[in-house]
Design a protein around this ligand. Sequence first.
Ligand code: LLP
Length: 870
Amino acid sequence: MNSTETALPATDAPWIVMKFGGTSVATLPRWQNIGELVASRQAEGARVLIVVSALTGVTDALKQLCSESKAINRSEAARAIAQRHYDLLDHMQLSMPATLGERLEDLARLANEGAATLGELAWQAQVQAHGELMSSALGAAFLSHSGLPTHWLDARDCLSAVALPNQNERTRLLSSMVDSRPDPALAARLAAQGDVFITQGFIARESQGRTVLLGRGGSDTSASYFGALLKAQRVEIWTDVAGMFTANPRQVPGARLLQRLDYEEAQEIASTGAKVLHPRCLSPLRESRVPLLIKDTNRPELDGTVIGPEVRAHAPSVKAISARKGITLVSMESVGMWQQVGFLADVFAQFKHHGLSVDLIGSAETNVTVSLDPTENLLDSDAIAALATDLAKVCRVKVIAPCAAITLVGRGMRSLLHTLSGVLAEFGQLRVHLISQSSNNLNLTFVVDEEVVDTLLPHLHDLLISAGALRTDDSALFGPSWQALYGNGESVAATTAWWRDAQREALLELAAEKTPRYVYHLPTVRRQAGALKSLGAVDRLHYAVKANTHPAILRALAAEGFAFECVSPGELQAVSAIVPASTPLLFTPNFAPRDDYALALDTRATVTLDALHPLEHWGELFHGREVVLRIDLGRGLGHHEKVRTGGSGSKFGVPLDQLTQFLQLAQTHGVTVRGLHAHLGSGVLDAAHWGEVYVQLASLAERIDSVVFLNIGGGLGVPSHPGEASLDMAELDRVLREVKAAYPQYQLWMEPGRYLVADAGVLLARVTQQKGKGAYRYLGIDTGMNSLIRPALYDAWHEIVNLTRLDESATALYQVVGPICESGDVLGTDRRLPEADEGDVMLIAQTGAYGKVMSSHYNLRDEADEIVIE
Ligand code: LLP
């Protein structure tokens, strides 16, 4: 590092405030790193103010010193602290700078004297301030010596504590607040002195001239105060992690880096559990609109989190889910007293009297429940018991603990509620003590028993992604996962979609010939077939052809050894025309007419019945035949309500209470039940599901001697949103082997559709028109719900890319729409894409399943054609 290499800042050069915490200032390499970072900011043409914490562990050591009653012990503690600084100086090969020497002497004197002269609290503040005074003095010496002339600045000369109502001597001295209105005079004074300054976090001065501390998170807060006073270009907090994440990475390794947040969201995330930033440090910046950047000292190349004024140009999204443990609930029950004037005031006066600050409030006709957060309160059992005793004079009190508050944070939370049904359903299964929606529309909080949190949180995070509530597809907001950034290589690199690299040119050529067009990639079908064939416990795999009946796909899967499941004469015919005559077929219709069964019984297909009616009314048709019985196990599952095929709300299957009747009818008509079948729905990502179905069917089959196989359906999901966890096939293999071992007498059959073909297909279309309207930008393409109805029907999310401009940066936010005369003709909402032009080729991914087969001639628009690539 050489200061002559860096351009000197202009007189009106902007300020950058850089804050480094205790571990970042504790070693020589860390200081070298700081030197490089500061030089790089100077090279940007900025003046730099460095704010530092005490060397790691020193603040605690100083607090310990303060608690010693004997002078000799205090002096010994001061010597040990001094030694830490001597050691670092040694490493730096520096002689003792005068600034540090004075501080060490000062500390030794304070330790020896004790609190008598200054008074206990003022003395404590003075002693603890030395951590930062010493580290900054040491830093100034090191940086200047390394060729970066650095001025040491006493933060107390710049930060003036303000007197606030409700402050007592303790908060005034140990947890102070600072006036942070911009101070152009300070900026000018410093600019006249130099370009690089180093100062202390955590400390300020009050009106009588005494040193005060800023409380927890104090160094971050100091950096913010300086940022606001100097009206800095930005404040940078350098720490040991790249920024704020969508959840606590220790609980949720798949948590994503939040690349952009507005002040209020960041404040909310910090207040509801994230430790990386103290919530207090945001308000000084919010007022002066100075952005704050969080960066990882060890990985400066990572983008980090930028927190700034509200940015509206993005999709509404849940930004984070956080959990606070150790919450105590106080439920106050009374009959008929709430209406009395002043009753609530009396109750809350008790909280004030006991020095307890209330966080959340829920109220009902005869009950008010409030939560107490341990980070805001000293929640020992004595304090709670004393409160309860006093409250008991006016109402019935119940204390519920330990609880945890789980909070979803995102601007405009109310507009996101419709995406949260899956998450709400999850809470529906738990004891939820309190739900609170913040009046600023930024958060939704659920208070539950503490013990459920650790397992619940990762699950909820997944649900938020799969429901599209946490819009991980918006690459401007959501960065890589913690696992990808810091995991020890455990996370499997996501396989790149086939259409992204190798086949892109071929696809562009195909689109140049004609759009709209479906393109299917057979190697992907075979890869998926291979994954299913690796399930050791499965005896027979069928392809549910309703997902995609393209002849090439049927042929490919027949060659892979698959059997086929059909639901109509049309499907039976299509399959029979393609696959070898020896390939087994299943016929699994629902509410089909008599003739369909008659037709199927004339083929080799095994027929499945899922109602009493066929045997009741057409018994003779089935006489002497073998059938499969589809059972409704009483519950449904799947990616959307409309694809769940179990429970009394669905039309499928014979309910358990009609099972005996079915078996009697079968006996009457000489029909043999050879197999049992259940299919609960489509798009399931939880491997345990199929194990449960097998066990349930097996226990029913034990009552029916003739049964030899159990068909546990299809429904295997493929994740669609970026970062969504995929179905764990190794786990599915394990689950199936386990249940098969428990009931080895049955063959295990499956009939997946989507899993085999979804990723193999894309829909190509062309940009037709663009339109700006209100806050929205619409991007029109030459096909819509007529070719792909899944977004309109199920709110399904398909990745959409501009294939023509795959490498351009995604700067526009589009609503991608088709040409159909329906408001629902929207293929993708709030999609971050490159600026598009008429004629660009757009690709809609994962459309190999339930795409073409569900398309229509609506509006008499031409149907998309289909092309297969090998
Ligand atoms: N077996 C039966 C009895 C079925 O009803 C289905 C699908 C499957 C197997 C295959 O399910 P898969 O493995 O593909 O999930 N159109 C909806 C899906 C409806 C599925 C209908 N039945 C969608 O686009 O998501």
